[in-house]
Design a protein around this ligand. Sequence first.
Ligand SMILES: *Cc1c(COP(=O)(O)O)cnc(C)c1O
Length: 413
Amino acid sequence: MTDHDPNRPGDPVERLAALRHEFGEHGGVNMSIEASTTFTVMEAGTMPEIFQGRLGPDAGGCYLYGRHFNPTVFVLGRQLAAMEGAEAGYCAASGLGAISAAILGLVDQGDHIVAGDTLYGGTWAMLAEFLPRKCGVTTTFVDASDPDAVAAAMTDRTKIVYCESVTNPTLRVADLPRLAEVAHARGARLIVDNTFAPLAITPIDHGADVVVHSLTKFVNGASDFIAGAVVGSGEFIGSLMDLHTGPLMILGPTMDPQVAHSISLRLPHLPIRMIEHARRAMIFAERLRELGIEVGYPGLAEHPDHELFRRIGRPEYGYGGLLTIDAGTRERAERLMEDLQNTEGFGWMAVSLGYFDTLMSCSASSTSSEMSDDALAAAGIAPGLVRMSIGFTGSLDQRWSQLESSLRRVGLV
Ligand SMILES: *Cc1c(COP(=O)(O)O)cnc(C)c1O
């Protein structure tokens, strides 16, 4: 399924809308929040079976305990699974909670992972430092936009090929159909972090086995919750909640049901938000290019992965809300961000993304600072690279005029 056809079945927004609507306990249009940490057992004799996971609510038993399973959190997991075209999903207290659970669900001591060399800093630290030291699980980092390099790095112990659909901060697009082929040829699973491209890319449609999200970013959209999700096969999601070996159950990165409820109410306007983030990012990218600025945006024809994004993505939801500007040096990048924030009020210097206002950071000295200088250079993260998550507050003309004024003031044009 590689030729893009906007009419093909499986549009993420249609899949979400086709899901059974969750009404509230009293018939409310919104679902209720299940705020209980524990659930009443009606017959004492059924307790052992409930504990062994053999008598859940779908088998005539009941829920057990909030760390194991909460119905409100489960609804959000189901909604994200529908959006991604997965069989099942569950949520975690953070993106890294979801990512670590997904990874630990697939590896044992001594196993091996092949991962892209341009990853979110926290994920990079988990793979490069935490897992080898704490679990004896090693990772080989390769350029994930080169599936042959990924194939060459695989060993008999490789259980996971891990990548981001659109990389942070270089905005390279993963060739998911080929990566899935490479992973499956050696019996490994493909895990894709789709935080940067919700709706625009649906990795399961292209062969990914598991998709993880930091819901903290675009999906939530208001920068007020840390949250994550993992979706995949029903069997895999069930295994993450196993009472003995499930990382979601045993390590306890439990999402609060109030958070699940809030995020669930923001999914209906995710498409509208993504389209507007992307529309503005595209217009800024084109205008920056006209001014001769070094701009990176997958919507631009000269971006190395533009064609790939067009082919596997859904351009009706745009090419994402992030763009990069190479200011040449770290000093100039810092002057630009300070001017944009403190003089123009264009956006805020902050490390996150997917907020309704524009957020800016200098990746090499912030979100990717866990990486060594060599790793930064290999991944193409220049010291003066400013990552911008383009917001949609204010008018487009107002924001462009602020951006252009700052660029002139710091001498970039
Ligand atoms: C933020 C982020 C994460 C980590 O998510 P948290 O919610 O902060 O734990 C993982 N991957 C990507 C691409 C991110 O941007």
